[in-house]
Design a protein around this ligand. Structure first.
Ligand code: PEP
Ligand code: MN
Length: 339
């Protein structure tokens, strides 16, 4: 159930509604959507009804259904623009995120950051906590990786996005990062989604490898309803019978998602293909189909990369990609990367 308060409602009216909600035995989260004109929402779990409608300051009590969810256009018509440092995602430009799959050392991260910044990337990516299929694979540098990211962020002047793997370490990740990444494997880790929703940082939500549109939208709902309206979707390929690449990049999702949701969506062609030869063509296709950004794995020594070396492109290839995206941008009237 969602309780919509009048715009003019005050704090005491909101807390009276919250107490009433709790008395009914439901959990209550009070959130305000990004736009100034939006009223305050109090989404609560369950479908209780009741006397809430008669409380002062309440405009409407509605049962949850897909038309009134917080991520949907029916609820908020204008596009949500998510600000990450100096960068904006969803403002009509193509935002470019780039960096190594994993933070391996300060030297490695700094070298790659400088290169991608030079080519026009706006946000640095790099995992400190890596969700690995095998427990014997490199799991990331953890907190030390976060410290490296913070120093590189400082020196290079680039905001960063990095993954939070569990609710326990998520608050620490939030202290270091400008945007929290939720990986594909965690898209339906609901306690993690709730936890990151409360941390006050934008969240990049990667599509689970078998998640359909509805499941993706509902995962975002967990984050927004916990207080974070700044959610960026990321299409990173799904698992299909197709076996020529690691995953199948579902570019058809982009226009559909842009119609049903006000939230921005970016594309990760690196994790979608698993193969560096396909990264550039898929990045161009992502832009052509209306994505709000791309996220690209870049490594100066891909053969030595501790994680996902096969899909990392060289800094020169990244530069070439930026050049082509900008040419496309001129034709499509879309600004690309740092501009
Ligand atoms: C990543 O971006 O580092 C990553 C692990 O991707 P995914 O969750 O999409 O597999
Ligand atoms: Mn990876």
């Amino acid at each position: 159930m969602i309780v919509i308060m009048e715009e003019a409602s005050d704090k005491s009216q909101i807390s009276a509604v919250e107490s009433a909600i709790k008395k009914h035995g439901y959990k209550s989260n009070s959130i305000r959507l990004q736009s100034e004109s939006m009223p305050t929402f109090n989404p609560i779990s369950g479908n209780g009804n009741s006397d809430l409608r008669n409380l002062p300051g309440v405009r409407q009590v509605i049962k949850e259904d897909q038309n009134n969810r917080l991520a949907r256009r029916e609820t908020k018509q204008e596009d949500t623009v998510v600000r990450v440092g100096e960068a904006a995602i969803g403002d009509g430009s193509l935002t470019v995120i780039a960096g190594p799959c994993a933070v391996e050392s300060e030297d490695q991260t700094m070298r790659i950051a400088e290169k991608v910044l030079e080519s026009g990337a706006q946000i640095l990516r790099g995992g400190a906590y890596k969700p690995r299929t095998s427990p014997y694979s490199f799991q990331g540098l953890g907190e030390r990786g976060l410290e490296i990211l913070a120093r590189v962020r400082e020196k290079a002047g680039l905001p960063v996005v990095t993954e939070a793997l569990d609710p326990m370490t998520a608050p620490m990740v939030a202290e270091y990062t400008d945007m929290i990444q939720i990986g594909a494997r965690n898209m339906q880790n609901f306690s993690l989604l709730e936890a990151v929703g409360r941390l006050g940082k934008p969240v990049m939500l990667k599509r689970g490898m078998s998640a359909n549109l509805e499941e993706l939208l509902l995962a975002a709902e967990y984050i927004i309803s916990n207080g974070c309206p700044d959610v960026v979707f990321c299409e990173r390929g799904i698992r299909t019978f197709s076996d020529h690449s690691r995953n199948t990049l579902d570019l058809g999702l982009i226009p559909v998602l842009k119609r049903v949701s006000h939230l921005p969506i970016i594309v990760d062609p690196s994790h979608a293909s698993g193969n560096r030869e396909n990264v550039l063509p898929l990045a161009y296709a992502a832009m052509a189909v209306g994505a709000d950004g791309v996220m690209i794995d870049v490594h100066h020594e891909p053969h030595k990369a501790k994680v996902d070396g096969d899909q990392a492109i060289l800094p020169d290839e990244f530069d070439q990609m930026m050049h082509h995206l900008r040419t496309m941008g001129t034709a499509m009237d879309i600004a690309v990367g740092r501009h």
